[in-house]
Design a protein around this ligand. Structure first.
Ligand code: ATP
Length: 342
């Protein structure tokens, strides 16, 4: 049934290409949780720019809001959103990872499922990571992704290995985590309290660097970095920049979400110090460039709701974020807190 439907989609694509005098053969038909990927083998003489220009016509013919046409080496990839997108569920994916790996790697967070079907993880202590910026417009799934990463970390690390500082201006992003023994500080609302907390973190960083202490590793998680910097002004951006520049050696890492990844808002010094970027849907190609730190990623054509690019060490990996519904998260964390206390 699925095969036949995929073949019909491929035929439709070939028809559109033929009608627009850019014939090509459509092969593949790989399903990911949210999209179908085809490969187009253009007939001799068909120009890449012409194929690329047919995105709107293809979307119209297939009855979808948009399609992505990307060139990957000699191959042209066509990506069509699935009419029946599937959620990548956190718990089964986490179980799969723990089953396949002999030992869950330290300081490593689960992100989701890459388009090649493999689970995607990110290691805080890798030299190409250290601090992570999650950028994307509203509804792209930033806060949900940060929660997924946090959930995977607290499930696999003891408080003696990993401590958390949670800055949550809305007070709703990370509230579910606040009772966990890993949490050193939970700061909802009030930017002046957030500034005081960051000041303490800087003092702590300096002391740890002097004494050569780097455990427990500390992860400072910030929802809406843009708001925090806007409200807290120079003082806050200065503190954050210091943590980003010198935190790594003292075992302090930052994970920050932002709707507005602009250097003008966050300060060039701060943005330059987030080597790893997780980029969800953004509104323009310019925002995509700033968010990813490199051009041409096409993040402005992502679907939202957990459709992300991981940009780490010059490599771009597309993935669908694993998702934990709020009630699932609460139940899981209750269990985890009970285990730690018991
Ligand atoms: N990985 C995912 N899989 C499926 N649905 C998701 C996923 N991530 C987010 N969503 C859906 O998208 C909604 C918005 O997600 P989220 O609040 O994380 O976005 P956001 O980018 O943080 O938005 P805002 O900036 O407005 O806070 C969620 O309520 C959920 O319904």
């Amino acid at each position: 049934m699925k095969r036949r439907w995929l073949e019909a989609q491929a035929d439709l694509v070939e028809q559109v290409l033929w009608q627009h005098r850019s014939p090509g053969r459509v092969t593949g038909g790989r399903l990911t949780p949210t999209a179908i990927f085809f490969q187009i083998v253009p007939a001799p003489g068909v120009r890449w720019s012409r194929l690329k220009g047919l995105a709107e016509e293809l979307a119209l013919a297939l009855g979808v809001p948009s399609v992505r046409i990307q060139r990957e080496g000699p191959v042209v990839q066509l990506e069509i959103p699935r009419p029946d997108p599937q959620t990548v569920r956190f718990l089964p994916l986490m179980e799969q990872v723990r089953r396949t790996l002999p030992r869950y790697p330290l300081y490593t967070a689960l992100l989701g499922l890459a388009t090649d079907g493999a689970p995607l993880l990110i290691r805080l202590t890798s030299p190409q990571v250290a601090h992570i910026l999650i950028a994307g417009t509203t509804g792209s799934g930033k806060t949900s992704l940060a929660r997924t990463m946090l959930a995977s970390l607290v499930l696999t690390h003891r408080p003696a290995q990993l401590a958390l500082v949670l800055l949550d201006p809305k007070g709703t992003a990370f509230a579910a985590f606040r009772e966990l023994p890993h949490v050193q500080a939970f700061v909802p609302g009030d930017p002046s309290e957030a500034a005081a907390c960051l000041e303490e973190a800087v003092r702590w960083m300096e002391r740890r660097a002097q004494e050569g202490i780097s455990t427990p590793r500390v992860l400072i998680v910030i929802d809406e970095l843009g708001d925090l910097v806007q409200q807290g002004g120079r003082e806050v951006s200065g503190l954050l920049a210091r943590l980003a520049q010198r935190g790594r050696e003292a075992g302090i890492h930052l994970l920050a979400c932002t709707q507005k990844p602009s250097a003008a808002l966050l300060g060039g010094q701060l943005t330059a110090n987030f080597p790893a970027r997780l980029v969800g849907r953004v509104v323009s190609a310019e925002d995509a460039r700033v968010a990813a730190g490199i051009g041409g990623t096409g993040a402005e054509r992502l679907q939202g709701k957990g459709d992300f690019l991981a940009v780490v060490g010059g490599t771009v990996t597309r993935f669908q974020a694993a998702y934990l519904a709020p009630e699932e998260l609460r139940a899981m964390l209750r269990q985890r807190t009970a285990n730690e206390r018991g």
